[in-house]
Design a protein around this ligand. Structure first.
Ligand code: FES
Length: 144
């Protein structure tokens, strides 16, 4: 292979890895589920964080009774955050991209604890108290 063709081939390979690797990682590190509401709690079996032998970093959880889904981020085995996916600026639904949430309406961004990292939003996303019982995360919906 001539040097010019080798460099060209390597360039395309690097470009492909740069563009597609994050997309592939996004496919593996999250999933969307529907979870039941029991009493005042949304019940999420912790087993949902397992996929193909790997531990997912977050779930997007919906239920027909909720207007917006809830983003559940796993920091560790005993540390999770549950955030309502409604932008605190003007109420658009935010989209999860790994450990951040982005609002397509005006560009606000939030971290995985719901704090604003980029305006125009000035308030955090709504977060829910949760508790863990052996096999489930119980998210309290008392204030929704
Ligand atoms: S509604 Fe989300 S940034 Fe404006």
């Amino acid at each position: 292979m001539r040097r010019k063709n080798f460099i060209k081939t390597c360039g395309y390979a690097c470009l492909g890895a740069t563009v597609f690797a994050p997309l592939m990682q996004g496919c593996v590190s999250s999933k969307t589920i529907t979870a039941p509401i029991e009493g005042e709690n949304l019940r999420i079996p912790i087993s949902n964080f397992e996929k193909d032998g790997k531990i997912l970093s977050y779930l997007v959880v919906s239920n027909p009774q909720l207007r917006y889904p809830i983003y559940v981020f796993r920091f560790s085995e005993n540390d999770y955050a549950a955030l309502y996916m409604q932008c605190s600026h003007q109420g658009n639904e935010v989209t999860a991209y790994g450990d951040k949430l982005v609002c397509s309406a005006h560009g606000s961004e939030f971290d995985n604890r719901g704090k604003v990292t980029n305006g125009p939003a000035s308030n955090s996303l709504r977060s829910f108290p949760l508790q863990i019982d052996h096999q489930n995360i119980l998210i309290s919906l008392r204030k929704v």
